[in-house]
Design a protein around this ligand. Structure first.
Ligand code: SF4
Length: 253
């Protein structure tokens, strides 16, 4: 990855206080040509960012992590997004040998049996493919919002991801849920219909459920685990000391 990109953090933090939205995205693509990438899970937030990137023809590489266990509605949203913007969102897949070994040893639904199995499944299906997707890039755009969890309230718009050696930019960090919904509606952005059925954070089908009004944003993910273990390693804010630690992650998505 690109350690030299770290030197830009202070200046980008300053610029992020002056420029917003598409203007800051343009600054990033001008500063790091061919090295800006965006990971989409087709969530409300990610659909807003996809629309902004593609409608403004910004040279940002958009990708998704196809875990193989996503909802049919998520695949439909992926398909309708490709059609709406006449694009092809690239997918990264789990390493076949790792996945086969894991399932042969533990079975297809072992994530319900232990936190260790669940984290290993997340590592194989999400974290390792993400590492491949981020390789050779300098900037990773995400759809994180401060409202998503207490851990994210103090996040800066731009930060250095030591684990992945990459700059992270969270353009919707300070947007409210209502602002996201209004943008989706006003701009006719295709979105995952599960959002209309009480799903807020949509991940893999076996590990995601709808939440009730007033429940925590994360209550629909890995609901059978303690709240402090709900993590998959996509968004870490501490450097892992080993592959083992990396595989168990620190911060949720
Ligand atoms: S969310 Fe569930 S199915 Fe998806 S990678 Fe993690 S443990 Fe596996």
């Amino acid at each position: 990855m690109n350690q030299a990109a770290k030197n830009y953090i202070d200046d980008l933090l300053y610029q992020s206080s002056r420029l917003i939205g598409v203007d800051f995205l343009k600054l990033l693509t001008d500063t790091f040509p061919g090295q800006v990438t965006f990971s989409s899970s087709f969530s409300f937030e990610d659909q807003v960012i996809t629309q902004q990137i593609l409608n403004n023809q910004l040279p940002v590489k958009i990708f998704t992590l196809d875990t193989g266990r996503m909802f049919p509605e998520t695949y439909s949203t992926w398909s309708s997004t490709n059609a709406a913007y006449n694009t092809t969102i690239k997918a990264y897949y789990p390493n076949q040998d790792s996945l086969q070994d894991f399932i042969e040893t533990n079975g297809p639904n072992s994530f319900y049996e232990s936190v260790a199995n669940r984290k290993q499944c997340c590592f194989i299906r999400k974290v390792e493919p993400l590492q491949r997707a981020l390789k050779e890039n300098s900037v990773w755009i995400t759809g994180l919002r401060a409202e998503h969890s207490g851990d994210r309230k103090d996040l800066p718009l731009v930060e250095w991801d030591e684990s992945n050696q990459i700059i992270k930019y969270h353009p919707l960090l300070h947007w409210t849920t209502e602002e996201v919904k209004q943008y989706i509606s006003a701009n006719h952005v295709p979105y995952n219909p599960l959002h209309d059925k009480g799903f807020v954070s949509i991940g893999c089908a076996p590990c995601t459920r709808a939440i009730k009004p007033g429940e925590d944003f994360r209550a629909g993910r890995w609901w059978w685990e303690d709240a402090d273990k709900k993590e998959c390693g996509l968004h870490e804010h501490q450097p892992p000391s080993s592959k083992e630690e990396l595989s168990t992650g620190v911060i949720i998505k």
